[in-house]
Write a protein that binds this ligand. Structure first.
Ligand code: NI
Length: 161
């Protein structure tokens, strides 16, 4: 495994639409392993392949309940709303208040090419939305809004993804 450089700010690769994975091979496994290592070293809760310069529809997430690898993920449904602070490893030191669905169902392949479905809530749902947005070249900064008056910042989620 190897740490990969995380692209930041205005790097054009952060704003491109990534391509679906077609081959579930050693190259993919290496990418996934490197992405996990990079995410953990950077103390993030999620990382998309475009953030390490690879325009493939791959992301990794760990919100504290273990590593999840999503390949060619598709959002099946969303439900509710949650407002909270989030950040991104590609925008170090920055954060912003973003409204996301409370719950999301996502379908994705695992590294063995098996189709899986996850029902994500709260922070996991936020991470799934944040990471799948990355695969379409969308960064969270475009979604930042003012928090409602009296919003308790301490209880707002703050994750680098
Ligand atoms: Ni991010």
């Amino acid at each position: 495994m190897a740490f990969r450089k995380i692209l930041t700010d205005n790097d054009p690769k952060l704003y491109k639409v990534s391509r679906p994975v077609e081959n579930f091979d050693d190259r993919l496994f290496m990418l996934l392993d490197d992405m996990a290592e990079t995410m953990y070293k950077a103390e993030g809760a999620g990382l998309a392949a475009c953030q390490v310069g690879i325009l493939k529809r791959v992301c990794v997430i760990d919100c504290g309940d273990g590593l999840i690898e999503l390949i060619n993920p598709v959002i099946i449904s969303t439900e509710g709303e949650q407002g909270g602070y989030e950040g991104c490893l590609s925008f170090p030191g920055k954060r912003g208040y973003v409204v996301r669905p409370q719950k999301v169902v996502v379908r994705a392949f695992d590294r063995n090419g098996e189709l899986k479905e996850y029902t994500a809530a709260d922070m996991f749902a936020r991470a799934v939305m944040h990471e799948t947005d990355h695969l379409d070249g969308k960064v969270y900064t475009r979604l930042i809004t003012e928090p409602p008056e009296g919003f308790d910042e301490e209880n707002g989620e703050e994750d680098e993804e």
